[in-house]
Design a protein around this ligand. Structure first.
Ligand SMILES: Cc1cc2nc3c(=O)[nH]c(=O)nc-3n(C[C@H](O)[C@H](O)[C@H](O)COP(=O)(O)OP(=O)(O)OC[C@H]3O[C@@H](n4cnc5c(N)ncnc54)[C@H](O)[C@@H]3O)c2cc1C
Length: 311
């Protein structure tokens, strides 16, 4: 029987959608599925996790030094709680990419990254070479499976469960050599890029941080998250947590609008799982049109105001 432990991603108030997506992956593995909520003042988050359908129990570890998701504090806690489990899962978000490798290292096993499909409880499918090839990976019997789940590949498991919630004391003291200094988040009230159902992105063509306000304005009208190409990030128009692509975020919105983005393979890697892709580019030969469902050849500086007028 598989026993699967999922680490919950949350902001202290609510569960991130990535947890329900990890649960879908765990359900595909099949077995007893538990969720651990690490943090401080996380009773509401633990209840939210317990309401997901298919969860056996939720362990809530409440301690002041766990309030911020510092991998140095969370990883040993997760490893201790994971003792006796066959699988430990986390999302392939910024949190999971930081935390799960530490857990794997502490456990002395290889990490399995970006699992997109479960073949059986020990064999998994994942992308390599920026999504240009898919590889099947098997984990030997008796070895703890520590993996990140490619959240763009999995639907969110629905609510409808009523798992028990257990409080657990923290088992590891706070690390003394690492401390939380601050969090700067650019998104404000906009939907989280990796959970958003609509995303509006801008590229180098925007030309400046000032002009990027056009993208924010359209996104706000659409209730969308905001993304960017690496060129826009490198040019300093937007912060790098908005980067979409191979070295940015892999996203799967229902609707993706790309303005002034050429469609380099490293960018397209990040939007492969998007539902409908709309591209606006003044170059009719731009590679983004090869993946776009709807393409408009034209100047974004005239097209964006026109779209806004129609909304
Ligand atoms: C190892 C590696 C990893 C990378 N990772 C990423 C990644 O994660 N994400 C990512 O995005 N890139 C990544 N890149 C960079 C990638 O190769 C491209 O350089 C980048 O995506 C280009 O960004 P862009 O499309 O905004 O700029 P450009 O390629 O310069 O394209 C700008 C586009 O805007 C169009 N345009 C210009 N003016 C207008 C206008 N007024 N109206 C409409 N269209 C206009 C142009 O026709 C052009 O197609 C990576 C590269 C490497 C080598």
């Amino acid at each position: 029987m598989n026993t699967i432990l999922i680490v919950a991603e949350h902001d202290g108030r609510a569960l991130n959608l990535s947890t329900a997506k990890c649960l879908s992956c765990a359900l595909a593995i099949s077995g007893d599925i538990d969720i651990v909520v690490l943090g401080h003042g996380v009773a509401a988050v633990a209840q939210e996790a317990a309401a997901l359908a298919g969860v056996r129990k939720v362990m809530a570890v409440d301690a002041e030094h766990l309030a911020k998701p510092l991998a140095v504090n969370w990883a040993p806690e997760l490893l201790n709680l994971g003792a006796g489990y066959s699988h430990v899962l986390g999302p392939s978000t910024t949190l999971g990419k930081d935390l799960i490798p530490r857990v794997a290292a502490l456990a002395g096993v290889n990490q399995l990254s970006d699992v997109m499909e479960v073949l059986d409880a020990r064999s998994f499918r994942r992308p390599i070479y920026a999504g240009n090839a898919i590889i099947d990976v098997a984990v030997a019997e008796g070895v703890l499976v520590v993996m990140t789940v490619r959240i763009a590949s999995w639907p969110a498991a629905p609510a409808g469960g009523s798992a028990t919630v257990e409080s657990r004391p923290a088992s590891v003291a706070a690390a003394s050599h690492t401390r939380f200094v601050g969090l700067e988040s650019a998104g404000g009230e906009r939907p989280d890029l990796q959970g958003a159902t609509r995303v509006v992105s801008g590229g180098r063509a925007l030309g400046s941080a000032e002009n990027f306000k056009l993208i924010y304005s359209l996104a706000d009208k659409l209730g969308a998250g905001v993304g960017a190409s690496r060129a826009a990030v490198d040019a300093g128009y937007v912060p790098n947590d908005m980067q979409v692509g191979q070295t940015g975020k892999i996203i799967s919105p229902d609707l993706y609008l790309a303005f002034g983005i050429s469609g380099a393979i490293q960018h397209v890697t990040g939007i492969k799982d998007a539902g409908t892709i709309v591209a606006v580019n003044k170059d009719g030969e731009a590679p983004i049109f090869e993946v776009a469902d709807i393409g408009l050849v034209g100047d974004l500086f005239t097209i964006i105001p026109e779209i806004e007028r129609l909304l």
